[in-house]
Design a protein around this ligand. Structure first.
Ligand code: HEC
Length: 427
């Protein structure tokens, strides 16, 4: 599975001599020796930063992500070159503990992003939903999030109650959506649509069921006087994934650059193999959730869509460390675009996007602001708009969300605690 390649150490040394600053597409200091020694990952010269990267092509005797149980060496939960990739125990103990998520996201957002990415992409235990397999090999599928409940399993026709969480595992391949939320379709270089799935973990699912929010009637009940506001538990997580159809001929050289899934492609409901081009991850650890986005680093070449916002230098550094530590696995071909926890910072709106999911409005994409508008009303318009027209273009809302649309009035709205996919509820 892992191909052996010759590693050009001369190239590595040259790069290390010529620069060591964050934005300059160079490795940061101290990386080489530490990663090789501690993670048994060989280091190949690579570019690093916000532009398309080539992940490390070297493959060592392991990926540094085995099933170790020790947490001692890391201590603070952060990722750096000296410590290599976090272990299974470190990933699970942080990603499933909201207090740890909150602590780490404040101190080291890049490390938190990668721990959450590794958690949702950890191979799942066979026959169980959402349980990571300690013996799983990174890159194997289905992953944890691929066994979560997909929106099509939750928001059923007629607003019927979904099957229980533990219904024997995913009933079949997920059904893909063909458009972005602005109604456009991103077409890859093979002429196929980029497609989407949305899924939730058990914490989110159980809450939706407990309040009957899977159907229109349960959501309309939120408009009654005295109804408790929607408030997901801190354990809730959701993902939105973007997938590229893998063409056996055109993509044959990059099949192992993707996390792969089998899926159903409408309208003819053909079975297709798809590769993950992007992943949004959210956690309710904070009251306004934690917003994380990853994408596959070859997207500009394969989908023609480039990421247009800057990547925070500290996050770029963690990306680089992890791409090295995961070399030889498909996960090495991904990077975090960023982490968002605030509406504004330093007086300016915060922005975060993904080239695959908010392709055409990246520069007005604020995950947290748009999701704060997730809403229901029994008035004339059941959901708030999340786009405005600016200079003839669709533009997202950024910064602090408005408060006036929310209230008891007939044309006002109840907030859905940032979960927009609830708009899928049927009557
Ligand atoms: C302009 C509005 C808008 C922006 C900006 C936006 N989203 Fe969403 N998001 C949606 C809508 C609408 C859905 C519902 C699913 C669908 O129709 O695709 C959604 C679905 C999701 C989901 C599935 C859970 C849910 O809330 O239903 C996640 C996770 C998510 N988005 C994360 C993000 C992240 C992370 C960002 C920023 C990088 C982001 N979103 C930016 C509108 C937005």
């Amino acid at each position: 599975m892992v191909s052996r390649v010759v590693i050009d150490f001369a190239e590595v040394r040259l790069k290390r001599r010529t620069g060591a600053t964050y934005g300059s597409h160079m490795h940061h200091r101290g990386g080489l020796r530490a990663v090789v020694a501690l993670s048994a990952v060989l280091w190949a010269g690579t570019a690093c930063g916000s532009k398309p990267e080539t992940p490390g092509t070297g493959s060592g005797s392991g990926t540094g992500t085995g099933t170790g149980t020790g947490t001692g060496a890391r201590g603070d939960g952060g990722i750096d070159a000296a410590k290599g990739a976090p272990t299974f125990a470190e990933v699970v103990s942080t990603a499933t503990a909201p207090t740890q998520i909150v602590e780490l996201v404040k101190r080291d957002p890049g490390s938190l992003a990668w721990i959450m990415f590794l958690y949702v992409n950890w191979p799942a235990k066979a026959g169980e939903r959402g349980v990571p397999d300690p013996g799983g090999t990174l890159g194997a599928t289905p992953t944890v999030f691929q066994t979560w409940k997909e929106v099509h399993e939750v928001y059923l026709a007629g607003g019927a109650a979904p099957q229980p969480w533990d219904d024997g595992g995913p009933s079949g391949p997920p059904t893909l959506s063909l458009t972005e939320i602005d109604g456009t379709t991103l077409t890859d270089v093979n002429g196929n649509p980029i497609t989407y799935t949305v899924a939730m973990n058990q914490g989110a699912f159980d809450y939706i069921v407990s309040r009957a929010l899977y159907g229109w009637n349960g959501q309309a009940a939120l408009r009654q006087t005295g109804a408790a506001p929607v408030a997901f538990p801190a354990s809730a997580m959701e993902v939105k994934a973007a997938w590229k159809i893998l063409d056996p001929v055109a993509d044959k050289d990059r099949m192992d650059h993707y996390l792969v899934a089998q899926a159903i492609l409408p309208p003819a409901n053909t079975k297709v193999a798809v590769g993950l081009t992007a992943l949004h991850i959210t956690s309710k650890a904070l009251p306004s959730w934690v917003w994380i986005s990853f994408e596959q680093i070859e997207n500009p070449t394969t989908t023609g869509a480039d990421y247009l916002l800057p990547i925070d230098p500290a996050i770029a550094t963690v990306n680089h460390v992890m791409q090295q530590a995961l070399a030889g696995t498909p996960l090495a071909y991904y990077r975090a675009n960023g982490v968002q926890t605030e509406f504004v910072a330093g007086g300016a709106p915060t922005l975060l996007a993904n080239s695959q999911i908010e392709t055409k409005f990246q520069k007005t994409s604020s995950c947290i602001t748009c999701h704060a508008l997730a809403s229901v009303s029994t008035g004339a318009q059941p959901r708030l708009d999340f786009f405005q027209l600016k200079a003839g273009n669709l533009s997202g809302f950024v910064g602090m969300p408005p408060t006036s649309p929310f209230g008891p009035g007939p044309d006002q709205y109840s907030a859905l605690d940032f979960v927009w996919s609830m708009r899928e509820a049927k009557r």
